[in-house]
Ligand binder design. Structure first.
Ligand code: DPM
Length: 354
């Protein structure tokens, strides 16, 4: 018998990252019982620097860089990430080998237990404090409730909930991704899930991605079976939209995609906000799916690092064009100036978030 080579799966150490990785590895083990898998935990800069808001720690791939270095050095063979944490341009030599079926993509509110009768933003008391480090969430919270205060909260989900629950807590509520809370089995803490029409989510939110070396055909073949067609098409549109706008994981940009029930149309709504949400550029468009013709080859950068089975390429191509068109429409409406204003403000007056 030939000796089995173990496939090493890298993960961040947080409880959420472990749960996400375990679920993907369980699926892989079931699909390939003859293969050995082992999991290697690692810490990222985003996990270590907890006293600053995300925008200030800065840099692309805050949660992904260390893991990508391990991939490049062949210490690990694949890495499970939240897709929304992966920049829309990946480092050279890396590929998103699979995007798993999207879970709940909505943003969620967790109101502190000391406000038992309050469940959503509208119900929070005047001037209440909402914990979030996301500029996208801050802007949209202020559009609905300009009187609310948003304060930065960092750390993993467990730490954040502990801060909310503390007797002397500064927070009345937290805004978090529903998917993260669901994966940890904390559904009961969610007091409201925002309809994406009332609160745009982050590109890729709620979907898990598997990052691999672009030249590792064996691993690509292995993980490609994990990909979910509709999720990949929607996320291709969202990532292409973000990429055309200049990307970044700490920008006030939100999206919403839908595919019609018959699978014939893809819809994308995208928005760019200023810091306090008083200004916003928004645009929505749709495109046809299901073209019989396979589109010409796309470069990896046009694909925002996504790998897709050949049979899905026509739809992926349409999705990428849609994302770019919505972004161009926003740029025509002056979105670049808005983003520039936000970038200038975060580099100088960030203290207000500390
Ligand atoms: C990114 C953002 C946040 C994470 C920015 C945004 C939220 C930061 C914060 C790009 N990554 O959403 O506008 O509120 O302090 C993150 C979470 C998940 C993946 C947690 C969350 C779980 C959900 C998923 C952090 N990354 O958003 O509450 O897998 O999509």
């Amino acid at each position: 018998m030939t000796e089995k080579r173990a496939i090493v799966v890298g993960t961040r150490e947080s409880q959420l990252a472990r749960v996400q990785t375990d679920s993907v590895v369980a699926t892989l083990r079931k699909a390939c019982p003859e293969k050995l898998f082992s999991i290697l935990g690692m810490t990222s800069k985003g996990d270590q620097v907890l006293d600053k808001p995300l925008a200030k720690v800065g840099g692309k791939g805050l949660f992904t860089k260390e893991l990508e270095e391990a991939l490049a050095d062949r210490r690990v063979d694949l890495v499970v990430h939240s897709l929304k944490d992966l920049p829309s341009s990946l480092p050279e030599g890396m590929l998103i080998g699979a995007v798993c079926k999207r879970e709940d993509r909505r943003d969620a509110l967790v109101v502190a237990a000391r406000h038992p009768d309050k469940r959503d933003l509208a119900a929070l008391p005047q001037g209440a404090v909402v914990g979030t480090s996301s500029m996208r969430r801050v802007a949209q919270i202020h559009r609905q409730r300009p009187d609310l205060q948003c304060q930065s909260v960092r750390g993993n989900l467990n730490t954040r909930l502990r801060k909310l629950d503390a007797e002397d807590s500064q927070f009345d509520a937290l805004m978090l991704a529903a998917a993260g809370l669901d994966r940890l089995g904390w559904q009961s803490r969610v007091t409201h899930r925002f309809d994406p029409e009332e609160f745009l989510y982050a590109t890729g939110q709620g979907a898990l991605a598997v990052e691999v070396r672009a030249d590792d055909e064996e691993i690509i073949e292995l993980v490609t079976t994990l990909s979910h067609r509709e999720t990949l098409v929607m996320c291709a549109a969202e990532r292409s939209f973000l990429q055309r706008l200049g990307g970044g994981c700490s920008v006030p940009i939100g999206v919403r995609t839908e595919i019609t029930n018959d699978g014939s149309l893809l819809f994308l709504e995208g928005a760019v906000f200023n810091e306090n949400g008083s200004d916003c550029r928004q645009h929505r468009m749709d495109c046809k799916l299901g073209a019989a013709e396979c589109a010409p080859g796309l470069s990896l950068s046009q694909l925002t690092g996504l790998h897709a089975p050949a049979a899905w390429m026509a739809d992926i191509h349409a999705a990428i064009n849609l994302g770019a068109s919505v972004a161009d429409a926003l740029l025509n409406k002056g979105a670049a100036a808005l983003l520039e204003q936000v970038r200038a403000a975060t580099s100088t007056t960030q203290q207000s978030y500390d």
